[in-house]
Design a protein around this ligand. Sequence first.
Ligand code: CR6
Length: 834
Amino acid sequence: VEASIPEPQRKAWLEHQTHGFKDKDGFEKEVVRHVETTLARSLYNCDEQAAYSACSLAFRDRLILEWNRTQQRQTFADSKRVYYLSLEFLMGRALDNAMLNIGQKDVAKAGLADLGFRIEDVIEQEHDAALGNGGLGRLAACFLDSLASLNYPAWGYGLRYRYGIFKQEIIDGYQVEVPDYWLDFNPWEFPRHDVTVDIQFYGHVTKRTDDNGKTIATWEGGEIVKAVAYDVPIPGYATPSTNNLRLWSSKAASGEFDFQKFNSGDYENSVADQQRAETISAVLYPNDNLDRGKELRLKQQYFWVAASLYDIVRRFKKSKRAWKEFPDQVAIQLNDTHPTLAVVELQRILVDLEGLDWEEAWNIVTSTFGYTNHTVLPEALEKWSVPLFQHLLPRHLQLIYDINLFFLQSVERKFPKDRDMLARVSIIEESQPKMIRMAHLAIVGSHKVNGVAELHSDLIKTTIFKDFVEVFGPDKFTNVTNGITPRRWLHQANPRLSELISSKTGSNNFLKDLTELAKIEHYKDDADFRKEWAEIKYANKVRLAKHIKNTTGVDVNPSALFDVQVKRIHEYKRQQMNIFGVIHRYLTLKSLSPEERKKFQPRVSIFGGKAAPGYWMAKQIIHLINAVGAVVNNDKDIGDLLKVIFLEDYNVSKAEMIIPASDISEHISTAGTEASGTSNMKFVLNGGLIIGTCDGANIEITREIGEQNIFLFGNLAEDVEDIRHNHTYGSHTVDPDLAKVFEAIEKGTFGEPNDFMGMISAVRDHGDFYLVSDDFHSYIETQELVDKAYRDQDGWITKSIESVARMGFFSSDRCINEYAEGIWNIEPLPIKEQ
Ligand code: CR6
């Protein structure tokens, strides 16, 4: 239907166009209007939540107007767009970000004050949008911020989960999961009830031959579920560009429920159908770096991918171009293998629905997609059982078999008679049952494959994807080191530091070009600058100390060294090594005389992070941290010398408070296991130093900031395999200091020893896969170096300033520019002065 307003009536439209608020008065007017009309409240019952809602709506109105203009500009320019497909977008809060990116926080602050509210309290009302698990989801969120800030024509596509990552409560030292129902009132989304797509599942395939002898496959029967679009505007920083994040929500295709069933008295089943449909987008799978192979997860993936591709193809078709131009208009990035079905779905659309030849279609497909790998951990590599897959997506399975056949034929030509090679690279694993290897499908279906840090990109080329380098040549594989957005992780999280930097660099331009941070190195000996630098860190620590007091009841001294490890709980991230180290410190302190103790550097060990609900060992680690805290924090001999804190429910908004308050943070994964890590970058950018292994982006951080500014320890990735082999086949004794720690636990120092035996026997009896014992000595020694360095406050501040000054490389802007140039072949859309 042509919905465009005819020329004669356009004048009236243009005259009555709205623009959103322009100044403080305008802002207040909009807030009051939203309170009184949208929220149906008044000055007699406007609490902070209502003020938050109205304030957000005032900003949303402005965003959506810019959003409209941005879309028009992009359509008009007819430029290539990039589509970022991610099953996770860990956005956190939107209001503060919108205010800062639009540059209207001061206006909002003054306006809210006039109306009787403190802006900080209003911001705090917002529920995090927590549609992700950890680094991968947060990376997608940082990328959206950079794409908009750099004026790239880009869309994000994801799922609108009704429940995001669970809320974590700690009860008696144990993690308890509480559902995260976050949609009660979400002012940041626009439901598009007119943008829907029917998605098919199950059914069967029929094949017939047409008049030209061509085989036509038709996917019939099964069931239909409706995808409804919800749009979230993404504001760029200091630019009018406002991009779109489109999240799909599932609904029964027949609307409310099946009236036929209802009328025939089958009420329960008609409701059940509806609920089954809605289940698809109901909940985010809470696993980080773990594949569970559940049918509902596959349904989520296909639902999301099919809806997104339909949308992308629909937009392309409007341009009336020839199919071969599709890759000139469209780049699609696969964030991990979760959206790999998009490769198959696009081939299906082109061959089955649009009638293209296989070859021509496949060229279009492979020129369109890029695939980012985020892990080498085998347990995280997605595989789908063939029988399960066949039942749900029968036509897609046929297509995968055909893709594999043609691929293996090409391998055969290059490596004749190498049957082992064929078996290794095949998309199908010949196991019982057969499995579809999604990473193989993603590699075969993309023109570029990238890892997320240099070491990681090297590792995938020499280990898990080695054979593919031989098949496709090395140029298909590349590296794009992760980055973070300085808008959220410096400007928003640490406003005082951001202001100090801006006063020295001359403007806020460093937030658009982070390499400008280099300028602050000139001030590293400036006494006033150093004093303010230290004061800001201290103030951030005071704020965190208050939060610790409020949430745990424990008093911590803000002058102590704050040692932070916040991230998902995982054996490979080795929180167990950290807590064993804390116990070692406690035992050492206990063995000293009160006089000797006084020489010790006081420390607060702060942990935070969620364990996947089914990850028993991770839950045991959380329990031990809390059990140690309960003993240490109440030990009169120890006092302020050591405190152990577990912060409940670590999420993006808590990270914004915790990260700026850290003196040292821990990034201590077994070498070769953490693909990149991104919180390491956030901590250093906020003036915290880090202790870490030679893993992921730690290595590049060292290259940038200098070896003297980081505390590295432990075995190297290249040696891990041999060490593991020795654990199994050689002699394996536990490090003596670690053995003392185990002894204390087994004596019941921290409560029932049986509660913690899993952690001990993993090291002692089950091959110590993560090399906790091998790295323990070097870890403890390096922690002593940290203490020593911290006691030299002058030296410490120099390290801190130097590090921040050299972090320019880690902006997600640099990262997005690399993707744009090396993988997507797209350019920013210039904004003409309006
Ligand atoms: N768990 C990596 O483990 C990396 C992010 C983003 C991870 C982490 O090192 O920084 O991706 N991998 O690239 C996956 O999620 C599979 C992560 O967040």
